[in-house]
Design a protein around this ligand. Structure first.
Ligand code: FO1
Length: 309
């Protein structure tokens, strides 16, 4: 069986992961998720990108917010607010159950990989959902006013501060998990897909895990990135704002250069082609409907097959 590996952040990446999941035999997909957004909040371990991918593949994702669960209730947050608790980061009641159980299992020594696998199975997911690492990696956003933990920057401050750089605390001590290492080096994998996630805060933390870039460079399968830019802008989120604040050109040249060490091909939205020294394929990459998600997935798989042959 031809397996496919996707490397994903949260909302944008999960859309392509869902397209791949619906296109492939479900057990053929492995999604490696960013954990740089993870943090400890209200005594709980929060793993937004793992959970967004899990809820999306399980058909449970909140269609309006993109994160959390559809049909969520918020009694916990209302009760927390009434007693003066922290409410800047919202956990819905159903989502809270997952957080309590994950935190309980981490406390008894279970690995994040095992917990993520078990939750995915319980929710009926047949693909493999993997955290990029089992130890803490925490994205820190550097701003002129000082460093900000990722969710303080992203949710509490709504990405308003100017970004001057990023640190991935703990990345130097992280190790590729056996599952991640096996997936990337698997000779039965026909394509490794870098999802259209934010390169700085969703993909770079994964690449910061020691050994990841080398593993991608040595991978038997072609590595294909889907650009997060459409019409020279990001569909959603702070990708374009970060690029301009970091003094980078707002084009796919920047995306290609970012992944240049291991990239075999780049998929861009029509009109966003750039002169780069690697194969490029233009196809509409906006993924609002499920049909668009599977259409992009099919283009990615066909492009990957062309690169492999
Ligand atoms: N994003 C928000 O904008 N506000 C929130 O209150 C919020 C809560 C939240 C809870 C659980 C979860 O898994 C994700 C949550 N997100 C929230 C999304 C999250 O901050 C971002 O999507 C990612 O970290 C960026 O990929």
């Amino acid at each position: 069986m031809n397996r496919v590996v996707a490397i994903s952040g949260g909302i944008g990446g999960a859309k392509l992961a869902l397209g791949l999941y619906k296109t492939l035999p479900p057990v053929a997909l492995t999604v490696i998720c960013n954990t740089g957004d993870d943090f400890e909040h209200l005594g709980l371990t929060v793993c937004p990108d793992i959970d967004t991918v899990t809820y999306t593949l399980a058909g449970l994702a909140n269609r309006t917010l993109g994160w959390g669960r559809e049909g969520e209730t918020w009694a916990f947050m209302e009760a927390l607010k009434a007693i003066g608790g922290e409410t800047w980061f919202r956990l819905g009641d159903g989502d809270l159950a997952l957080h309590v159980e994950r935190t309980r299992r981490l406390a008894i020594g279970d690995s994040l990989s095992a917990i993520t696998r078990d939750f995915a199975r319980s929710l009926g997911i047949r693909a493999a959902v993997l955290p990029m690492a089992d130890t803490h990696v925490r994205t820190i956003v550097q701003t002129p006013e000082g460093p900000l933990p990722f969710q303080r920057y992203f949710v509490e401050q709504q990405c308003a501060p100017t970004v001057t750089g990023f640190d991935f605390d703990g990345a130097d001590k992280a190790r590729l998990t056996p599952e991640v290492a096996a997936a990337v080096s698997d000779p039965d994998v026909s394509c490794i897909v870098i999802c259209p996630s934010n390169p700085f805060i969703s993909i770079d933390p994964v690449l910061a895990v020691p050994g990841m870039v080398d593993a991608l460079r040595a991978a038997p399968a072609p590595v294909v990135a889907v650009s997060p830019l459409i019409g020279g802008d990001a569909v959603k989120g702070p990708t374009a704002k970060m690029m301009s604040e970091l003094g980078l050109e707002l084009s796919n040249r920047t995306i290609a250069a970012r992944y240049g060490a291991f990239l075999d091909g780049l998929i861009v939205n029509p009109g966003d082609e750039v002169e780069v020294d690697l194969p490029q394929h233009a196809t509409p990459t906006l993924m609002t409907t499920d049909a668009e998600k599977t259409a992009v997935a099919k283009e990615v798989l066909a492009f990957g097959a062309r690169l492999a042959s």
